[in-house]
Design a protein around this ligand. Structure first.
Ligand code: X2X
Length: 344
């Protein structure tokens, strides 16, 4: 009898207390950094991820989203450092914002590296979901961040309050707000514009007050939810560069989760990100251009560049490639070019 009781006690310990002991190390709340607010596909994906993680881990992992850059007091290019150091446990971050720390991420900011139209999206998928994407996640890992998957801010299009932009000459002298990432300053200087870096937190007020003439951001994730059309009448769809998002988690935090919870968190990320990418592309691909029609209905004057017109801009940015390809890493650029060349 005694033996039976002690076996039962031992079993209870194994079943009940061991998992508790593992979870005891868990924090009450994990912080998720997001640059933008809760509205639009990017913010909504953060909220969705948090809900899914809670459900799938049966409440063991509680994440709170910190929107509008609350964790980094405005300076969005610091986000990766915060994630790496553990000030943020998770971040759903833009590759542009992280590229000041993770140089390889400037790959996505090479101007006119990807094709326009549907082909461009297929090329982006080939890069992020192929060998180059793996190479990037390996680098993140070395820097102390585990990549859980790719989302999308989107191809960045340029808007302004002055006139249509169709040729590089049209950019001359325009004061364009850009993210505080050096490659953007190089691109706009090469194109003859006057770039000024500004955090997203101050940007919308700057558009409203006319402190800048223009800006560049993706249509579904930023221009529509943040009503940029209220400040800028002109948009040029030029698909000049893509801004993927990454769901990242601090490596120490990641390693503190049980394999079961890691699996649950990965699944949550996969679902939330797939939904986010679909929203980021909705009305911009597959012959459905409803998002562009929506901008027109809001009074925007839309200019869509053809391949020849894009080539004129690309030709002006040669020195950007010369300077940045070695910074990004020739191996990675080559792997990306190979992945792109396989897309029909
Ligand atoms: O600041 C921007 O333009 C934004 C919101 O797109 C990024 O965070 C890169």
């Amino acid at each position: 009898m005694r033996k039976v009781i002690s076996t039962l006690i031992a079993l209870a310990l194994v079943i009940g207390f061991v998992p508790n002991a593992l979870h005891a190390k868990y924090k009450k709340e994990y912080k998720l950094s997001v640059v933008v607010g809760p509205k639009g596909p990017w913010g909504e994906a953060a909220t969705r991820f948090v809900q899914l993680v809670k459900e799938k881990t049966h409440g063991r992992v509680n994440i709170k989203p910190y929107f509008s850059g609350q964790l980094f007091a405005g300076k969005q290019t610091n986000e990766f450092l915060l994630l790496k150091s553990g000030v943020a446990d998770f971040a759903l971050g833009s590759t542009i914002n992280w590229s000041t720390t993770v140089k390889s991420l400037n790959l996505f900011s090479l101007p006119f590296f990807f094709a326009a139209g549907d082909k461009g999206y297929a090329q982006v998928d080939a890069v992020t979901h192929g060998k180059p994407g793996k190479m990037i996640f390996e680098q993140l890992d070395k820097l102390g961040v585990v990549g859980l998957g790719w989302g999308e801010n989107g191809f960045r299009e340029i808007t302004n309050s002055k006139h249509p932009i169709k040729t590089p000459d049209d950019l001359k002298g325009l004061k364009i707000r850009v993210v505080g990432s050096p490659i953007f300053i190089d691109i706009y200087r090469a194109l003859g514009a006057n770039p000024t870096s500004m955090n997203w937190g101050e940007a919308v007020t700057a558009f409203r007050q006319g402190v800048v003439d223009g800006q560049e951001n993706p249509i579904n994730v930023v221009i529509i939810p943040y009503k940029v059309y209220e400040f800028h009448k002109y948009i040029t769809i030029w698909h000049y560069l893509i801004d993927p998002l990454i769901m990242g988690v601090n490596k120490k935090v990641w390693n503190s989760f049980t394999p079961e919870d890691q699996k649950a968190i990965r699944e949550a990320a996969e679902i939330a990100l797939a939904e986010e990418v679909a929203k980021a592309r909705c009305g911009l691909v597959g012959g459905n251009l409803m998002a562009i029609e929506y901008l027109k209905s809001k009074g925007m004057h839309v200019t869509i560049l053809n391949d020849q017109e894009r080539a004129a801009f690309k030709a002006k940015t040669k020195k950007v490639y010369k300077k940045w390809v070695p910074v990004i890493g020739r191996d990675l650029v080559k792997a990306a070019e190979e992945a792109i060349s396989k897309v029909q």
